[in-house]
Design a protein around this ligand. Structure first.
Ligand code: KIV
Length: 275
């Protein structure tokens, strides 16, 4: 296996306070999901500010239909790999379903594992008013927290699917209320997922903390995408995703060529054999 050699930049580490000043300076925050060291290194060197070890790992790595079965042990395991590959980016571990809903005490214990064992700099929780007290408790325990409101995949069954939120007045008001609740509870940033661009604009203008959008239009303070979607590795992607590469096709072509050359006994040739 060849070694990936990348020149790591000498830029300062992205920190929780530095993300806040980015909002104040009007500089966009660039966030991608990552689940292993290889891609964490590539994205880190490419200048991605935040690497999110998303519970989307259930969908794109584990092949599940929902994120609900992802476990804390799996999150810690993947976070550790990502943290090893990140020299500059802030690493955020996405707390899986069930790891912060039972009690504040259990949430702190589980978030501490993400930091101590996983090497995360911060954690992310889904939900607004419903998780505000838990979020505040984590912040009091010195664990920086990113909120996540709007379309929250862990609530897939309550929402009746992955549905855009905030399209009617009542739902839009709930999104605004949730975003305020996480800010008041001490979150340092909030993901706005699956909502009309104008609603995300209003929330972004009203909040002091940075908003990071996914399927929430261009007016957020930053943007996040699931790496498999933006690299063309997913079977299906939502319409808001822009494919920046087609790695799926490249990998498929490479595997076919390898299969052909093995069948035809063209690989390994003399150049790729020990003497
Ligand atoms: O799990 C995840 O990848 C996420 C992003 C979609 C924000 O929460």
């Amino acid at each position: 296996m060849s070694t990936v050699t990348l020149e790591a930049g000498r830029e300062h580490r992205v920190t929780v306070p530095s993300l806040l000043s980015r909002k104040q300076r009007g500089e966009a925050i660039r966030m991608l999901t990552a689940y292993d060291c290889t891609f964490a290194r590539i994205f880190d060197v490419a200048g991605i500010d935040v690497l999110l070890v998303g519970d989307s790992l259930g969908n794109v790595v584990q092949g599940l239909d929902t994120t609900l079965p992802v476990t804390l042990d799996e999150t810690v395991y993947h976070t550790r790999m990502v943290a090893r590959g990140a020299s500059r980016a802030l690493v955020v571990a996405d707390m899986p379903f069930g790891s912060y809903q039972v009690s504040g005490e259990e949430a702190v214990r589980n978030a501490v594992r993400c930091v101590k064992e996983g090497g995360a700099h911060a954690v992310k929780l889904e939900g607004g008013t419903a998780v505000a007290e838990t979020l505040a408790r984590l912040v009091r325990a010195e664990i920086p927290v990113m909120g996540h409101v709007g379309l929250t995949p862990q609530a897939v069954h309550r929402m009746g699917g992955h549905r855009v939120q905030g399209r009617c007045q009542e739902s839009a008001e709930r999104v605004v209320e949730d975003a305020y609740a996480v800010q008041e509870a001490g979150a340092f940033a909030v993901v706005l997922e699956g909502m009309p661009a104008e609603l995300a604009r209003a929330v972004t203008e009203q909040l002091e903390i940075p908003t990071i959008g996914i399927g929430a239009g261009v007016h957020c303070d930053g943007q996040v995408l699931v790496m498999h979607d933006m690299l063309g590795l997913s079977d299906w992607t939502p319409s808001f995703v822009k494919p920046y590469a087609n790695l799926g096709a490249v990998a498929s072509q490479a595997a076919r060529l390898f299969a052909e050359e093995v069948s035809e006994r063209k690989f390994p040739d003399l150049e790729h054999s020990y003497r």
